[in-house]
Design a protein around this ligand. Structure first.
Ligand SMILES: Nc1ncnc2c1ncn2[C@@H]1O[C@H](COP(=O)(O)OP(=O)(O)OP(=O)(O)O)[C@@H](O)[C@H]1O
Ligand SMILES: [Mg+2]
Length: 239
């Protein structure tokens, strides 16, 4: 279980994440939504050690991981993908995923490669393993990032937007893949997304941030009917 208590992250005078507490259970798919600048990516950065919180604690299965280095947190079982895909574009698909196993999990080259091949097959990129990443389309790059995250053998995968810029068919493939990560691998997914239809139809629970604060935490139905959530989005995306 992933648990955060009172997590705050300030950049100078700007409080990007403000006293946020939540829990994510094993094998749960939880959405994280909120208007642009609400603090969603910053919360992921706090959990994964990119920007350690200024206050509050984060626990993984009862062990405090607050303030650990990103590679240490990765090795305890928390993997992520990035809002803007971070890939080595001149390397092959296989090589990009192998790196996840070596640096994110401390594997030997051969163990990392074996798992990379399995995970590329799992996301449906087995035909593309020898291609240069720069030649992949956006949807395949998102699948590649998921394969790389899986290759660190996580218990939790944090996904920072996969839907933007995809066709409806690509979005369905990505959403199905996320749900299979839970159902076939038993891994929990914490998923930031702006595409409401995708996240409302595919999550057990949704957490809503607005100006750094958590304003709702409930089932998709509860969140959709929440007055504060509606107000946070007024003038923005429709919930
Ligand atoms: N490294 C940083 N230095 C200073 N301010 C930052 C930094 N990272 C984020 N911020 C600020 O923190 C606030 C929250 O940003 P964040 O990227 O977490 O929002 P978000 O909810 O992910 O938004 P979006 O939906 O647009 O991705 C914003 O005001 C942003 O400008
Ligand atoms: Mg963001």
């Amino acid at each position: 279980m992933l648990r955060a208590t009172g997590v705050t992250k300030a950049f100078g005078g700007l409080v990007a994440v403000d006293d946020v507490s939540f829990e994510i259970d094993d094998e749960e798919v939880v959405g994280l939504i909120g208007p642009n600048g609400a603090g969603k990516t910053t919360l992921f950065n706090a959990i994964t050690g990119v920007y350690p919180p200024t206050e509050g604690e984060i626990y993984l299965n009862g062990t405090e991981i607050t303030g650990m280095k990103p590679h240490e947190i990765s090795r305890t079982g928390v993997a992520r993908t990035f809002q803007t895909a971070r890939t080595f574009n001149e390397s092959t698909v296989l090589e990009n995923v192998v790196v996840g196993g070596i640096f994110g999990n401390g594997d030997s080259r051969s163990a990392a490669e074996e798992r990379a091949r399995q995970n590329l097959a799992f996301v449906g990129l087995d035909d593309a393993i020898d291609e240069e990443v720069g030649a992949l389309n956006l949807a395949d790059r998102k699948l590649l990032e998921l394969a790389r995250a899986l290759t660190t053998e996580p218990e939790f995968v944090l996904v920072d937007e996969i839907g933007s810029g995809l066709t409806p068919a690509e979005l369905e493939t990505l959403t199905d893949t996320l749900l299979r990560i839970r159902s076939e691998r038993g891994i929990s997914v914490f998923w930031i997304e702006h595409i409401m239809d995708a996240i409302m139809g595919s999550t057990d629970r949704i957490i809503v941030l607005n100006q750094g604060e958590k304003i709702a935490d409930g089932t998709p139905e509860e969140v959709q009917q929440n007055q504060q959530v509606e107000e946070a989005y007024l003038g923005g995306v429709e919930v």
